[in-house]
Design a protein around this ligand. Structure first.
Ligand SMILES: [Zn+2]
Length: 460
């Protein structure tokens, strides 16, 4: 047994990047200058921030290699920052990710719903699912990724595939390493199709809306995270720096592109690309959303943190209908918290997390005209696990969050009364410079977001 484990370790070491000796450090800035230093650090370097600070007293979590830790040891004292180590060996997280799940048995379709399947397995499953579903489903391709993979979306309706009701659009996997996202979205597809007759809420959701669902918005990155680098985040596009690959697709959408929380350095994990929609994956999504006649709701699934976030993300400003967004978002929170006893946060994404421009949810509302747009950060909320949620946790996430999503969607149906669809009033576009707005934002005197920060501080 020990020998087998050793052989497996050696085999996997030659095939994929290992994270042996990588640590997760946590650092709590005590001054505004330190906050700005950390934000700049994420933009200027290759450091992998698992969590960025949201202000004074709120921690940033950073994964560091041995040599990066030397850099940190050298430079943090210059600005008076200290850190502690939250996790000593990231590789052990990855080694434990699959334990407790079945190995070495024949692949069956249900596995796509209970384990972290590969990109081709998900594609095959989607094709089979659409075939079995018949006239209520339609599988469509909407362009190709950078590495020429066909991007696939499944349309699920109550009547026939040619229906044109108001639409809900769902995507997963825009950030490659957030593996819980595609598997959660696959479960949504399964339930929207198969629970239609047995679950009255599902029936209402599918009778009211046409559903468009994409499990893998970043198929190249997702594939790479399976074959080479478990913690890969971006797409796989070449950049002007040969050594640094990939654009952060969730910084590449063209609504207030580039104004905050991005980097123009191709080596950064939040590299925004050369221009808005420079990447085929974001461009394809933009064009597909434009082809949907009546987009009402946009949901994009990420991990981690247990957040329901709504626009705007580019600055600490609310969308005009933020009260509707908050109301429905809180329905998800209530249901999931009841179910699990765990804490979720609902809020404007720039405030509950931090400002970052060019995200797909801002575009869905500001560019594609959706009335509701949410980024849902799935479990866990523990930073010491982060993106590497053990596979055995998948069923628990599905069985707690899916009822939350149903409750949120039901609230939207009730709130909209399904009368004439309201277009969001596009607020006056406010230009914010790339980084020098941070101090002003944090010192802004509006109390509604300070309350959220205060709640978070209490939880530290
Ligand atoms: Zn993400």
């Amino acid at each position: 047994m020990a020998l087998l484990a050793l052989v497996f370790l050696i085999a996997s070491a030659s095939a994929a990047q290992t994270f042996i000796g990588n640590k997760l450090i946590t650092v709590k800035p005590q001054t505004l200058d330190q906050v700005e230093y950390l934000i700049q650090l994420q933009q200027d370097t290759e450091l992998d921030f698992w969590k960025q600070t949201q202000g004074v007293g709120l921690p940033a979590d950073i994964r560091v290699t041995t040599s990066q830790l030397e850099y940190v040891d050298k430079h943090f004292p210059d600005v008076g920052l200290t850190y502690s180590i939250k996790h000593y060996d990231i590789q052990s997280l990855i080694d434990n990710e699959r334990t407790g799940s079945p190995r070495g048995h024949r692949f069956s379709t249900t596995d796509v719903l209970t384990r972290y399947a590969t990109q081709t397995e998900i594609d095959d499953w989607l094709k089979n699912t659409a075939n079995k579903c018949g006239s209520r489903c339609k599988l469509m391709e909407f362009g190709q990724s950078y590495e020429k993979r066909d991007m696939k979306v499944i349309k699920i309706v109550s009547g026939t595939g040619s229906s044109t009701k108001p639409a809900v659009f769902v995507d997963g996997g825009i950030h490659a390493r957030e593996w819980i996202s595609p598997v959660f979205v696959n479960n949504m597809i399964d339930k929207l199709i198969n629970d239609y007759t047995s679950d009255g809420t599902v029936r209402r959701l599918v009778d009211t809306y046409d559903w468009y669902v994409i499990p893998l918005l970043n198929p190249d990155g997702y594939n790479f995270s399976h074959t080479d680098d478990r913690l890969w985040r971006k797409n796989r596009a070449e950049t002007r720096r040969a050594r640094c690959v990939g654009v952060d697709l969730n910084r590449n959408f063209g609504y207030e592109w580039g104004v905050a929380g991005v980097s123009s350095n191709p080596c950064s994990e939040v590299y925004l690309g050369t221009e808005a929609f420079s990447e085929p994956e974001s461009k394809n999504l933009r064009d597909f959303l434009a082809s949907i006649p009546n987009l009402e709701v946009y949901l994009t699934f990420h991990s981690y943190g247990q957040y329901v976030l709504y626009p705007w993300g580019y600055a600490r400003e609310n969308a005009p209908n933020y009260q509707d967004l908050a109301y429905a978002g809180n329905k998800l929170k209530e249901v999931v918290e009841d179910f699990t006893g765990e804490h979720w946060i609902v809020g404007n994404s720039a405030i509950a997390l931090y400002p970052s421009a060019g995200a797909s949810d801002d575009w869905a509302m500001g560019g594609a005209g959706a009335t509701y747009a949410y980024t849902i950060e799935l479990p866990p909320d523990e930073d010491s696990i982060g993106f590497v949620l053990p596979e055995r946790e998948i069923p628990g996430v599905v069985s707690s969050v899916w009822p939350g999503v149903k409750a949120m969607m039901s609230a939207i149906i009730d709130r909209e009364g399904r009368t004439v669809r309201q277009q969001p009033t596009h607020h006056a576009r406010k230009q914010v410079k790339r980084t020098d707005n941070i101090k002003a934002d944090i010192f802004s005197d509006s109390d509604w977001w300070k309350e959220i920060l205060a709640t978070k501080l209490k939880g530290q």
